[in-house]
Design a binder for this molecule. Structure first.
Ligand code: IPM
Ligand code: MG
Length: 368
């Protein structure tokens, strides 16, 4: 049996705890579909800086390029947040990796498990039935634009928000194509009333719209989109937006799903996709068995669906997470007043429950 090569980048903080369970979920679900894995671990972020001085060592990029898919935990450390003048930073590693792998499309599904309706800070009747697929542009915009820097003896700082037509077009096509397989509504989010780069964005999306005449396109300003997401999230189906707006709006949207700890993402654009939870490294809870491993486990399901052409294994993982939630098990970030105290689990116990449930479901349904 040919092994599938996965490059695992645990990163920083809770990254190791959660990717350990992602790895096990893949192995367990894969075993029912004749999928065997080979996991190679590489450094990224603060962990990489400590070991090598660089946030993304060459071996990491090479390991990712040679793999069939990449599983990432999280990067970041408070040391840098408290010292903004530090030149070498963990986030540079992640950005360089995205760029180096050509991952221009970050797909973030806002998937709402009915069992978690009470975990959201929003009203149940507003969020029930929400199903949004975000397409966040990932290798352009203000995150990468040049020039950037300081002038006037460091008293003035600037960044450049820049988009080329082809950058908008390639991700817009992916979003249109996804909308065609869903409710056929595409919200393109920009700030075209103010920003030149947004006016180009809007122009390109408008041009493409004629090729996808079955999709209804709604252009929305980002400030309004931020408000509409909370007011009436069900109006959205596919949302297409730039790098920074997408970063912000998906954190906001995570609250519809109950917790950042539930959301998975896929970064695509070239042969090797990168799959990661959208949450950060959460240094405040690292190493305490408190992190929610479900976002990472759900990221491995996305990996099966989109990168490994093994949708049945992906579905098995999602079904197992759903079943565990249905029984009432919760990590702290997704518990509510109704949660029984004996059903509040740590990272390890939640991970183990999911594995156990993968076995139970698979033995019932997968033909031997
Ligand atoms: C994310 C994160 C990253 C980003 C950080 C860690 C650089 O917030 O993936 O959403 O801003 O893209
Ligand atoms: Mg973010």
């Amino acid at each position: 049996m040919n092994k599938i090569n996965i490059c695992v980048l645990a990163g920083d903080g809770i990254g190791k705890e959660v990717t350990d369970w992602g790895v096990q979920a893949l192995e367990t679900a894969g075993s029912y579909y004749d999928l065997a894995f080979n996991f190679q671990h590489e450094l990224l972020g603060h962990a990489a800086i400590q070991a090598t001085g660089e946030p993304m060592p060459a071996a990491t990029l090479a390991g990712c390029k040679a793999a069939d898919a990449v599983l990432l935990g999280a990067i970041g450390d408070p040391h840098y947040d408290l010292n903004p003048h530090l030149k070498v930073r963990p986030e540079q590693g992640l950005l360089a990796l995205r760029k180096g792998l050509g991952l221009f499309a970050n797909i973030r599904p806002i998937l709402l498990f009915d069992e978690l309706l009470d975990a959201s800070s929003l009203k149940k009747e507003i969020i029930k039935g929400t199903d949004i697929l975000f397409f966040r542009e990932l290798t352009g915009g203000i995150y990468f634009g040049q020039p950037r820097g300081r002038k006037e003896s460091g008293t003035v700082a600037f960044d450049t928000k820049i988009y080329a037509k082809y950058e908008v077009e390639r991700i817009a096509r992916m979003a249109f194509e996804a909308a065609q397989t869903r409710k056929k509504i595409l919200h393109s989010v920009d700030k075209a009333n103010v920003l030149e780069s947004s006016r180009l964005w809007r122009e390109v999306v408008q041009e493409l719209a004629s090729e996808y005449s079955d999709v209804t396109v709604v252009h929305m300003f980002v400030d309004n989109a931020a408000m509409q997401l909370i007011k009436d999230p069900k109006q959205f189906d596919v949302v297409l937006t730039g790098n920074m707006f997408g970063d912000i709006l998906t954190d906001e949207a995570s609250q519809i799903a109950g917790s950042l700890g539930m959301l998975a993402s896929a970064s695509l654009g070239s042969e090797v996709g990168l799959y990661e939870p959208i949450h950060g490294s959460a240094p405040d809870i690292a190493g305490q068995n408190l992190a929610n491993p479900l976002a990472t486990i759900l990221s491995t399901a996305l990996m099966c669906n989109r990168g490994l052409h093994a949708p049945a294994a992906g579905q098995l993982i999602v079904d197992a997470v759903d079943a565990v939630l249905k029984v009432g098990y919760r990590t702290r970030d997704i518990m509510d007043q109704q949660t029984d105290s004996d059903k509040i689990l740590g990272t390890q116990e939640m991970g183990a429950k999911v594995l156990e449930t993968i076995h139970t479901i698979a033995k019932r349904s997968v033909p031997a």
